[in-house]
Design a protein around this ligand. Structure first.
Ligand code: SDX
Length: 435
C-alpha cells in the first residue's frame, strides 16, 4: 500500500506520495506540488530536500554509518585499495581479479598528461592556489580529449572516467613540482596508484624517493574515506552542472571549485591553520572553544560539525588511527595531533557542542596525516579532490542515466520591489538609490 502525506491548503486536502528508500528512509515526493497546488517549497541550503534517488552511497547521520554500494566504510578501509574502491563506486560491484587488473592497466595507460599542458602549468603565477589550477586544468582536458560519449554505457565513458582518475593525480603532482621549479617526475607503470603519486611528488634526481608501504597504505585509506559522500555540496554541483548536459570535465571542474570552500573540502587546510594558531597560543584551546561558542564571533571550530552526521564521523575515527600509525612509522611526534586530541576531548564534554551535535568530521585529522606525508598545506584540498573523483564521476554517470533526469532549475520566493516604472536620469534622486 503506497504511503502518502496529506497537505491541507486553503481548506483543500492534497495527498503526496511518500518514497521509501532501501534502508527505510522516507521522503515526500513533491514533483507535482506546484502543478497541483500552485505552491512551491522553500528550503535554504536544501537541508530537508532530496535532489535525487541514488544507489551509490548510504549514510545514516544519527548512527554514523557510511557504506559505498552497501559495503561499510570500515571494511573497505581495512581490506580494499583506492583503485578497487573506485571500481566499486563506478561499476556497482567489487571487481574480479581480471577486472581489477584491466582497470589498473587502463589507469596506467592514461596516466600521462599531454606535453602541451605543461606550458599551462608553467605559466600560472607561482603562488596560484593548486585548487584553482586543478579546476582550470580539468576543464582544459576537454580541449585535448574532445571525443565525448553520448550515453553512460558508451565505452568512451570508461575511458574518460579512468583518464580523469589517472590524469588528475598526475596533474596534481606535476603542478607541485613545477610550482617549486623542480624537474617533473613521470608516472611509472610498475607502481600502484598511490605509490605512483607519492613518487611523482617526492622523487628527485638528487634524492630518490623511498616508497614506504605504511605511507602508501595510509594514502589508500585516506582516498577511500574521501571517495564519495552522497549529495554533498561539491557532488550536488557536479550533478547540477552536469544536468545541463555539459561534458564530464566541465561538470567535475565545477565540483573542484565547490570543494575548495573552507566550509567544505577546504576545511582540512583550515583545521591545520587553526591548530597552528592554537600552538602559537601556547597550546591553549580554551579561547578557541570560547570563540566557537560566541554567536557574535564568525569563528567556527574547523573540522567540527556536519550537515548529516550528528555523531562522530566514522571517517574521522579511522583517520585518527591512520595518523597514529604513520607518525609512529616516521618516528615523528606531531604536537598538532596532541592539540587536536585535547580540543576534541574538551569540546565533546562541552554542553554547547553536545547540544549542537558537533563532533569531529573527516577533515579534523586528515591535515595532520597529509602534513606527515610531506604534502604542502595548500595541496590538502587537492588531495581531497583526487579522492572524491570516483564519487563525482559515479554520481554524474548515475544522473545522466536517471529516467527522471531533469535540468536542475530551483524556484524561489520573490521578495523584491513591486512593479514600478523606469525613471529618466534627470528625475532620479540620488539619495534614494544605492551610493
Ligand atoms: C565536509 O556534506 C558533506 O558530506 C561534506 C563532507 C564530504 O565528505 O563531502 O563530509 C566534507 O565538508 C566536512 C565539513 C567540513 N567543514 C568544516 O569542518 C567547517 C566547520 N563546520 C561548519 O561550518 C558546519 O558544521 C558545517 C558547514 C559543516 C555544517 O553546518 P550546517 O549543517 O549548515 O549547520 P549550521 O551552519 O546551520 O550550524 C548549526 C548550528 C549553528 O548554531 P545555532 O545558530 O543553531 O546556535 O551549529 C553551529 C552553528 O553556529 N555550528 C558550529 C559549528 N558548526 C555548526 N559552531 C561552532 N563550530 C562549528 N564548527
Amino acid at each position: 500500500m503506497e504511503q502518502t502525506a496529506k497537505l491541507i491548503v486553503d481548506g483543500k486536502t492534497y495527498e503526496l506520495p511518500i518514497v521509501v528508500g532501501t534502508e527505510g528512509e522516507r521522503g515526500i515526493d513533491i514533483s507535482r506540488l506546484r502543478q497541483e497546488t500552485g505552491l512551491i517549497t522553500l528550503d535554504p541550503g536544501y537541508a530537508n530536500t532530496g535532489s535525487c534517488k541514488s544507489g551509490i552511497t548510504f549514510m545514516d547521520g544519527e548512527k554514523g554509518i557510511l557504506r559505498y554500494r552497501g559495503i561499510p566504510i570500515e571494511q573497505l578501509a581495512e581490506h580494499s585499495t583506492f583503485t578497487e574502491t573506485a571500481y566499486l563506486l563506478l561499476n556497482g560491484e567489487l571487481p574480479t581479479r581480471e577486472q581489477l587488473t584491466n582497470f589498473s592497466i587502463l589507469l596506467n595507460d592514461h596516466s600521462l598528461v599531454h606535453e602541451d599542458m605543461r606550458e599551462f602549468f608553467e605559466n600560472f603565477p607561482r603562488r596560484a592556489h593548486p585548487m584553482g589550477i586543478l579546476s582550470s586544468m580539468v576543464n582544459a582536458l576537454r580541449a585535448f580529449y574532445p571525443q565525448l560519449p553520448e550515453s553512460s554505457e558508451d565505452e568512451n565513458v570508461n575511458v574518460m572516467s579512468t583518464r580523469l582518475l589517472s590524469k588528475v593525480r598526475t596533474m596534481a603532482a606535476m603542478s607541485y613540482k613545477i610550482s617549486k621549479g623542480h624537474k617533473v617526475v613521470y608516472p611509472r607503470h610498475d607502481l600502484t596508484y598511490a605509490a605512483n603519486f607519492l613518487n611523482m611528488m617526492f622523487d628527485s634526481p638528487v634524492l630518490p624517493y623511498r616508497i614506504d608501504e605504511v605511507l602508501v597504505e595510509g594514502l589508500n585509506v585516506f582516498w577511500i574515506l574521501h571517495a564519495d559522500h552522497e549529495q554533498n555540496c561539491s557532488t550536488a554541483a557536479v550533478r547540477l552542472v552536469g544536468s545541463a548536459r555539459v561534458n564530464l570535465y566541465a561538470a567535475i571542474s565545477s565540483g573542484i571549485s565547490a570543494l575548495w570552500g573552507p566550509l567544505h573540502g577546504g576545511a582540512n587546510q583550515a583545521v591545520v591553520e587553526m591548530l597552528k594558531e592554537i600552538q602559537a597560543n601556547n597550546g591553549d584551546v580554551k579561547p578557541f572553544i570560547k570563540r566557537a561558542k560566541d554567536k557574535k564571533d564568525p569563528f567556527r571550530l574547523m573540522g567540527f560539525g556536519h550537515r548529516v552526521y550528528k555523531t562522530y564521523d566514522p571517517r574521522a575515527r579511522i583517520m585518527k588511527k591512520v595518523c597514529d600509525k604513520v607518525l609512529n612509522r616516521l618516528k615523528q611526534k606531531d604536537e598538532l595531533l596532541d592539540i587536536a586530541g585535547k580540543l576534541e576531548e574538551i569540546a565533546l564534554k562541552d554542553p554547547y557542542f553536545i547540544d549542537h551535535n558537533l563532533y569531529p568530521n573527516v577533515d579534523f585529522y586528515t591535515g595532520i596525516f597529509l602534513q606527515a606525508l610531506g604534502i604542502p598545506i595548500n595541496m590538502f584540498t587537492v588531495m581531497f579532490a583526487i579522492g572524491r573523483l570516483p564519487g563525482w564521476i559515479s554520481q554524474w554517470r548515475e544522473s545522466i542515466d536517471d529516467p527522471q533526469w531533469k535540468l536542475h532549475r530551483p524556484r524561489q520566493i520573490y521578495t523584491g520591489s513591486k512593479e514600478r516604472d523606469y525613471v529618466p536620469m534627470k528625475d532620479r534622486n540620488s539619495s534614494k538609490g544605492k551610493p
